[in-house]
Design a protein around this ligand. Structure first.
Ligand code: CP
Ligand code: NVA
Length: 317
């Protein structure tokens, strides 16, 4: 049985298998062919943080695969009143077939997975957002930007930046990350990405100059400067990130046909200008829709790599 906690846990081939599945199932969905790859299965969805895309895409996705999603807000289950993560894992994983969790510390997700009898998917932690990066890669493929791309991430060295590092270092493309001083990526994540890059041939470049990062690149991306849980730091952060807004002046340094991606929600006038956002709305909202498709690929892949007691429930891809 495999969990989907970070992209670090998978080979390039495995990640590409999931993407290929996502493409196949997306095409089927567009033809209104709903193949019950996960018939009668239940996906438990535990949220300790807010969500629009993750909730709607997982709930709709599992339904379209023939199963059902259970939205479990930490405020409504006993987890929010202090029931330990490991007990929550041992209870829920005896009842459902797969679990998705959005939480704070990555270690809480790892603890849940350690005690879970069923595959666990990371729906965002403070450290990583891997389902989003699978989505972003699917979107890059669709916009013709997945062939040896040069990507630039401008902004906070946060969960999104870390997951970009994992994607680039696993798949072997060039990623430039520009962050303000003091907001760099976690050195441990950088070191791990460096090891993967040595194997894949990825080029990882770090700096504090957003203009240098976006220069002649194929994909520009950013994320909020104030992630969930950092609300108290808002004023300090807004000051620290001055000069990091992706606007038309910055985009003009990238290739003419460069795409702009944003995991959303976007804060116009901060990490991205209104003009740049609206100019790239087609890419951004295709990316948002692709959460639905990419995650189906991930769920079906995990479902076909498990040794459960009911193999007849598994529909091979
Ligand atoms: N991008 C993303 O994960 O969006 P939500 O926070 O709305 O789920
Ligand atoms: N970095 C952001 C991503 C939101 C999808 C956060 O963690 O809040």
């Amino acid at each position: 049985m495999r969990h989907f906690l970070t992209l670090a846990d998978f080979t390039k081939e495995e990640l590409l298998e999931m993407i290929a599945l996502a493409q196949k199932i997306k095409a089927q969905t567009k033809r209104k062919e709903f193949v019950p790859y996960m018939e009668r299965q239940t996906l438990g969805m535990i949220f300790e943080k807010s969500s629009t895309r993750t909730r709607v895409s997982f709930e709709t996705g599992i339904y379209q695969l023939g199963g059902v999603g259970l939205f479990l807000s930490a405020n409504d289950i006993q987890l929010g009143r202090g029931e330990p993560m490991k007990d929550t894992a041992r209870v829920i994983s005896r009842m459902v077939d797969m679990v998705m969790i959005r939480t704070f510390e990555h270690s809480k997700l790892e603890e849940f997975a350690a005690y879970s009898k069923v595959p666990v998917i990371n729906g965002l932690t403070d450290s990583y957002h891997p389902v989003q990066l699978m989505t972003d890669y699917l979107t890059m493929l669709e916009f013709g930007k997945a062939d040896n791309p040069v990507c630039a991430y401008v902004g906070d060295g946060n969960n999104m930046a870390h997951s970009w590092l994992m994607l680039a270092s696993k798949l072997g493309f060039e990623l430039r990350i520009a962050t303000p001083k003091g907001y760099e990526c976690d050195p441990q994540v950088v070191a791990m990405a460096g090891k993967f890059a040595a194997e894949s041939g990825a080029k990882l470049i770090f700096g504090n100059d957003p203009k240098a990062a976006v220069s002649n690149c194929d994909v520009v991306t950013t994320d909020t400067w104030v992630s969930m849980g950092q609300e108290d730091e808002k004023e300090i952060r807004l000051k620290a990130f001055e000069g990091y807004m992706v606007d038309e002046a910055m985009m003009s340094l990238a290739k003419k046909d460069a795409i702009f991606l944003h995991c959303l929600p976007a804060y116009r006038g901060y990490e991205v200008s209104e003009e740049t956002f609206e100019k790239h709305a087609e890419e951004i909202f295709t990316e948002a829709e692709n959460r639905l498709h990419a995650q189906k690929g991930i769920m079906v892949w995990l479902n076909s790599h498990r040794n459960d007691e009911n193999p007849e429930l598994r529909v091979k891809s």
